[in-house]
Design a binder for this molecule. Sequence first.
Ligand SMILES: N[C@@H](CCC(=O)N[C@@H](CS)C(=O)NCC(=O)O)C(=O)O
Length: 228
Amino acid sequence: MIQFYYHPSPNPAKIALFLEEAGLPYELVPVDTRKGEQFKPEFLAINPNAKTPALTDGDVAIFDSNAILLYLAEKTGQFLPENTPKARGEMLSWLMFVATGIGPYCGQAVHFSRFAPEKIPYAINRYAREAERHWGILDAQLGKHRYMLGDAYTLIDMSVWGWATRAQFALGDEAFGKLPNVKRHLDEISARPAAQRATALKDKFAFKTEFDDEARKFLFPQNAHLVA
Ligand SMILES: N[C@@H](CCC(=O)N[C@@H](CS)C(=O)NCC(=O)O)C(=O)O
């Protein structure tokens, strides 16, 4: 039985969607990152990076959302493009683009605009503009095709969906005005029954919602030495 280490945030959402789409049986294991559960030794043994999502499958332990998506797609043979060098090249390019562009730049855009104790215009501008630029590239791709790789719904669409659900939080309420194709793609996927089940997982546990000093200590441990 797969064990899925979960927190209701964008990267775990991708895996929730895949598991629900594929109909794979799994046990949901909550990791309340605002309470520091990502630093428990038993979780670090699965993900030394101390972040969600992670997954175990028998003797397999795998972390990083896009690696997990590829693992599950290869395991099930589902939501993959055709097995040609051209199609695999495109798939890997977009998978890494979401992993290294969309996720980190959205994360830092949110951090500097909403959570950083000092409002630093240079950092806010740098990450907001780069996040917008990355989303613009996805919007252009989705302007050419219904889905990221063409006519078929694949793991890349799931990877994009995880972050598209939070695009307005990262880029501001007006974000979709400039991203009509991303919005159309988000709405279509969010209406799928599997996406609704994936979204509902957050209600299975009482995750901490307060963003208090304890949460800040666990989410931003690198700042401990800055506090007077
Ligand atoms: N590259 C990782 C990033 C994982 C990540 O940043 N996860 C966030 C939730 S979306 C998290 O667990 N944050 C808690 C923390 O940073 O302590 C992935 O794609 O899985």
